[in-house]
Design a protein around this ligand. Structure first.
Ligand SMILES: C[S@@+](CC[C@H](N)C(=O)[O-])C[C@H]1O[C@@H](n2cnc3c(N)ncnc32)[C@H](O)[C@@H]1O
Length: 355
């Protein structure tokens, strides 16, 4: 299960980075919010201009960018760590691909979208689609702790429970942008009798998803495909779900993906997107979110938050659209639309039915 365990020194280094993240999330965040409140503006750009020189915000923004780089590329950063073990990790994935090969369908001819190739998402140089080392590094970094330090299992539980409520009888389920399959396995556990397929554009991460599903003894399928062009026939799917996908796609690509989701869904089928979308906290919340998107190389987190998803879903042929902040650590402040006492990702659950 753990093919490249971190040494004592590397684990200690990652604890240090987590500690830095804690300062970012708590003290530096609170000081930044106070500086923004003093700015007294309803315009994120104006808040940025006035708060820029506050020591707390300088620290906050520096930590937001650089603690991520330490995590990946510091002396014991996870990308570096996996890079040095790349040959072994590639072999592990090759061997796994030979077991139940019908469950892993790669498409070497698939062209990676420009927006995936061009952005070092999360500051991961070259992205997670390059090779085995990239896939393992992303898995280690996201399973050890999310950017805002919440327990990564919490969102999965909510994802699965919402899917069950939305499409209790589902027999054909798609999980778009599945990466190493954490969200796909959560869906398989929620729908043990369904055919559950995780899709992603990145081959190495799908190979890792396949390995992890074999280890978990779950019959999950993985397919390399672009959510903008789903290799499924019209009206053949009961549920199309995604966790953390759309904030990584530009608006035109999100739009094509919604149209495709509607095309493959049966009438009345469920659509669900769990991602950063609604931003509570008014102008200060939008200022913090735009800064996060820029500093962590997630440019489309900003454009996705600017889309009118209700309108987009209606135009794509959905009805019964609901969206609400559904943060994995339920906090009354966040649910009510206020800034929480510490910096966190604001997760929104969007659900709809194919009209
Ligand atoms: C933040 S990760 C998703 C995390 C995953 N769902 C989980 O729960 O662990 C986003 C994933 O979306 C994939 N992706 C980006 N654009 C895509 C597209 N157009 N079609 C399919 N996958 C895409 C990326 O390769 C990446 O693996």
């Amino acid at each position: 299960m753990n093919e490249a365990p971190l040494s004592f020194e590397a684990a200690a280094f990652q604890c240090f980075v987590r500690g830095l993240r804690g300062v970012w999330r708590d003290e530096a965040y609170r000081g930044s919010v106070e500086a923004a409140q003093r700015a007294g503006s309803d315009e994120p750009a104006e808040i940025e201009r006035k708060a820029r020189h506050s020591p707390a915000y300088s620290l906050y923004s520096w930590l937001e960018r650089h603690s991520q780089q330490f995590k990946y590329y510091g002396r014991y950063g996870v990308v570096r760590w996996m890079e040095e073990r790349k040959d072994t990790l590639s072999k592990v994935l090759e061997e796994a691909a030979k077991r139940h090969p019908q469950r892993l369908q790669l498409d070497p001819a698939l062209e990676l979208p420009e927006y995936v190739r061009a952005v070092d998402t999360h500051q991961h140089g070259g992205g997670i689609w390059g090779d085995a080392a990239d896939a393992f590094a992303y898995e280690t970094s996201s399973s050890a702790y999310s950017f805002s330090l919440f327990n990564p299992r919490l969102p999965m539980d909510l994802y699965a429970a919402t899917a069950q409520r939305l499409a209790p009888q589902a027999k054909e389920v798609l999980d778009l942008g599945c990466t190493s399959g954490g969200s796909t396995r959560a869906l398989k556990k929620a729908f043990p009798d369904a055919k559950v397929t995780g899709l992603d554009v990145a081959a190495p991460t799908l190979e890792l998803a396949h390995l992890r599903s074999l280890e978990a003894d779950l019959e999950v399928h993985f397919r390399q495909a672009n959510s903008e062009k789903l290799p499924w026939p019209r009206a053949s799917v009961d549920l199309v779900a995604s966790h953390w996908l759309y904030h990584e796609m530009p608006p035109a690509a999100v739009r094509r993906s919604l149209t495709e989701a509607r095309r493959v869904l049966k009438k009345g089928g469920g659509f669900m997107a769990y991602d950063m979308y609604l931003v509570p906290g008014g102008a200060i919340g939008r200022w913090l979110q735009a800064g996060y998107a820029a500093r962590n190389n997630e440019p489309f987190a900003h454009t996705y938050a600017g889309m009118d998803m209700e309108k987009e879903l209606e135009a794509a042929g959905f009805k019964g659209i609901e969206m609400k902040i559904a943060h994995p650590e339920p906090s009354p402040e966040v649910q009510a639309g206020a800034l929480p006492p510490h910096r966190t990702h604001f997760m929104t659950m969007i659900t709809a039915q194919a009209a």
